[in-house]
Design a protein around this ligand. Structure first.
Ligand code: 5AD
Ligand code: FES
Length: 357
């Protein structure tokens, strides 16, 4: 590690910020030793804020139907080979009931942009979920919607919303998405979500096609200034039936490095060790925790649909029952000295279940 890189890392730790060009310099100049130092500092920071607790969110993949056509994604509209399914409101509630019995107190409803889930349908699901489990947090991750829709869902009881920004560079965004999708609308969504009082999550894929260290520096600066409650990052993994099938996957190495940078930038952020990270590296999620992540998201979807929610090839956790996934992760977390926290796991500074005015 050069002296320069070492000094960047310690300045980042002290000031929780670097100028954008120095983020790029840090990424370009990194080596194994730099990654180890960064991971140690980030892991210490995680422990200082969260102790040995790793938050769990039960992930329910509600639909593989999507009207969008993102070039990287396995459930894009043009993938005629994708197997499509949609959970009914009753099935979603049943998954949550099962999750509740397993100890989960926060549920993430994630799905493609499926027109079946109108505001009326989705608000109904959120309301019933909160009615049955008032002590649970509900997170939505169902893509771009109007401000009015986000507001209605918030009023129905949704606490959090995950919408990865995907890339903070409009030109890069245009290379990853079809012309009908817009960077500006994505950013509008994120602003609206935050203004409406959601604990908002953004994030991006590491090693997405055409991504440069400068792009990543832009993502880091965006995250630093947007100050999300959550930040989801995982490696890009090609899907065989997408235009990006021949692109190289993102590496676990760079993903872990960036997790550490983000932990030092935002000590209190909720940072998942993602399924994609566990897909590219056998003990990727454990490594994620040791690099500063503090959230895992075991899969609660019905086993019969698991393989169909295939955003990328070789996705893990597609054959296991919910209880198996939880137990597997509990074991994995124990192996790195952590335990699964069962409570809602709000980011520090967010009071629980605050309703919009
Ligand atoms: N590899 C990794 N992550 C992907 N996502 C979509 N497709 C892929 C892929 N091929 C991520 C996107 C999206 C989230 C739900 O999954 O970042 O926001
Ligand atoms: Fe799902 Fe290991 S976490 S099987």
């Amino acid at each position: 590690m050069t002296e320069r890189v070492r000094s960047l890392i310690f300045r980042l730790e002290r000031e929780q910020s670097l100028p954008e060009r120095e983020y790029a310099e840090l990424i370009r100049g990194r080596d194994e030793e730099a990654a180890a130092l960064l991971a140690r500092l980030a892991s210490e920071k995680r422990r200082a804020v969260f102790g040995n607790a790793v938050y769990t969110r039960g992930l329910i993949e509600i639909s593989s139907i999507c009207k969008n056509n993102c070039l990287y994604c396995g459930i894009r509209r043009d993938n005629i080979l994708a197997e499509r399914y949609r959970l009914t409101p009753e099935e979603i509630l049943a998954c949550a009931d099962e999750g509740y019995a397993l100890g989960f107190r926060t549920f993430v409803l994630q799905g493609g942009e499926d027109p079946f889930y109108t505001d009326e349908v989705l608000c109904g699901i959120v309301r019933q979920l909160k009615e049955r489990h008032p002590d649970c947090a509900v997170t939505l991750s169902v893509g771009e919607r109007s401000r009015e829709s986000y507001q209605a869902l918030r009023e129905a009881g949704a606490d959090r919303y995950l919408l990865r920004h995907e890339t903070a560079d409009p030109d890069h965004y245009a290379k990853l998405h079809p012309r009908e999708m817009s960077f500006d609308n994505r950013m509008r969504c994120l602003r609206d979500l935050k203004e409406l009082g959601y604990q908002t999550g953004c994030g991006f894929m590491v090693g997405s096609p055409f991504q440069t260290p400068e792009n990543l520096a832009g993502d880091l600066k965006f995250i630093e200034t947007f100050r999300p409650a959550m930040c989801g990052i995982g490696p890009f993994v090609p899907h065989r039936n997408t235009p990006f099938r021949d692109h190289a996957p993102g590496t676990a190495e760079l993903t872990l490095f960036l997790l550490s940078v983000i932990r030092l930038m935002l000590p209190e952020v909720l940072l998942p060790a993602t399924t994609a990270l566990g897909t590219v590296l056998p003990r990727g999620r454990e490594a994620g925790i040791l690099a500063g992540a503090n959230v895992v998201m075991p899969n609660l979807s019905p086993v019969r649909v698991r393989k169909k929610y295939e955003l990328y090839d070789n996705k893990i956790c597609t054959g296991e029952e919910s209880a198996q996934c939880r137990d597997c992760l509990r074991q994995r977390m124990r192996s790195v000295g952590c335990f699964l926290a069962v409570d809602r796991g709000d980011a520090p500074g967010y009071t629980s279940a605050k309703k919009p005015e």
